[in-house]
Ligand binder design. Structure first.
Ligand code: ADP
Length: 396
């Protein structure tokens, strides 16, 4: 009988899952998969440790409009039927917002859930799904230990100035501060830096997490010093569908002169802007790269222009720059984006090796580059698995 930890990453339209063996160190997943298209036409996919596709159960039709509360019991049934001889001893969840109080993962109980419910308005598009997944697991296996791993935790090491928003002090006290996100990805990358950079891992590193959501994190001694996302996952870099930071006067203008409501603005800023809004073609970087439309090229250029600008601002916050790490879907796979960003950083002494960049090699800077540039695939699930195993076994 093998004991395993279940990792769940519940988003608005997808549920990623993975099973890890309960081992110390850096175990690989026994299996991993995804239910995509939630709320519309859910599709199930899963692979074993060797990358072989695992079939869904014939007896497991996914209802078109099923939410996490219906899909998670089906997923738990599927895991049991496909992994006989395996016992799930704990579940770990990605939770986007942990507020100010949680700098580390925590065991979930009713009091914590009530506290995390209060943070829903700060991450309305993510937090409700994260919490729904926790409740759905508890409904099926109430006695299973569950652990919450927060995307905000990694940034709680930042100095106060990096977390302040220049609004009246009473609003800061009420929690309107820069929390930062993508912390599980940054935590993973930080853990791999010594292997790739040796002593220089302790230096001034900026990690560019460029996926559908995108942000930068400046690290010193592998701890977060500053980050581009702030109060919500809307700020900072331009993203697939999100605008990133814009002049707040634009919002006042749209409300006053175009009659837009709060919900209209939410839709515009979260779903209709970014790469999609600028290109009018797609939110997907691979699609834009393949497109001949000049607007698609302009969207890519703007994405890189703004990322390079934000990166230099974070280098200032960090007192200099020793290395840049690209990660997540775009950062790991898109040589064009990496080269356009690094060209703009040439004045800092950044220079890529074009062949290494095209190959998505780990070290992509030239030997003459003053700043090391790397590509490191992220692995948020393994961070959640390790923390969940550690916390759940400590309490048994
Ligand atoms: P999420 O934030 O949803 O986890 P990902 O990290 O999977 O997103 O990143 C998705 C983005 O990565 C998409 O814009 C996709 O086009 C881009 N991407 C993935 N592979 C490539 C590729 N080979 N070339 C260009 N872009 C890519």
């Amino acid at each position: 009988m093998t004991d395993a930890t279940l990792v769940l990453n519940a988003g608005s339209s997808s549920l990623k899952f993975a099973l890890y063996p309960n081992e110390d160190g850096s175990p690989s997943p026994i299996l991993h998969g995804k239910i995509a298209g939630i709320g519309n036409a859910p599709q199930f996919s899963a692979r074993d440790a060797k990358g072989n596709t695992l079939p869904p159960d014939a007896s497991m039709p996914l209802k078109p409009c099923a939410g996490h509360d219906e899909l998670i019991p089906q997923l738990l049934d599927w895991l049991q039927s496909h992994q006989s001889g395996l016992t799930i001893t704990a579940a770990g969840h990605r939770v986007v917002h942990g507020g100010r109080n949680h700098a580390t993962p925590v065991r979930i109980n009713q009091a914590l859930l009530a506290e995390l419910d209060l943070l829903v308005p700060l991450a309305p598009l993510h937090q409700p799904h994260n919490l729904a997944a926790i409740r759905a697991v508890a409904a099926v296996i109430p006695e299973l230990p569950q652990v919450a791993c927060f995307d905000t935790s990694f940034h709680r090491t930042q100095e106060r100035l990096a977390q302040l928003i220049p609004l009246p002090r009473k609003m800061t006290e009420a929690g309107i501060i820069r929390y930062g996100f993508h912390g599980l990805s940054y935590d993973y990358i930080a853990s791999t830096l010594p292997m790739h950079l040796g002593e220089r891992a302790q230096g001034r590193v900026i990690v560019a997490h460029l996926g559908n959501g995108a942000s930068l994190c400046a690290m010193n001694k592998r701890r977060s010093v500053a980050t581009s996302m702030g109060f919500t996952a809307l700020g900072g870099l331009m993203m697939g569908r999100r605008c990133g930071s814009i002049d707040p006067g634009v919002l006042l203008y749209l409300m006053d002169n175009q009659g837009m409501t709060t919900r209209d603005l939410e839709h515009l800023l979260y779903h209709e802007s970014g790469l999609l809004g600028v290109s009018g073609v797609s939110n997907d970087m691979a699609v834009l790269q393949a497109s001949d439309a000049p607007e698609a090229r302009e969207a890519i250029e703007l994405f890189c222009y703004r990322t390079a600008g934000e990166l230099t601002s974070l280098a200032t916050a960090n007192g200099g720059l020793d290395a840049i790490v690209f990660t997540a879907g775009i950062g790991e796979n898109c040589a064009l984006v990496r080269s356009l960003i690094c060209e703009r950083l040439g004045w800092l002494g950044v220079e890529l090796d074009p062949d290494a960049n095209i190959r998505n090699a780990t070290h992509i800077s030239s030997t003459a580059s003053k700043i090391e540039v790397l590509v490191i695939p992220t692995d948020e699930e393994s961070v959640i698995a390790r923390a969940t195993y550690r916390l759940s076994s400590a309490c048994t």
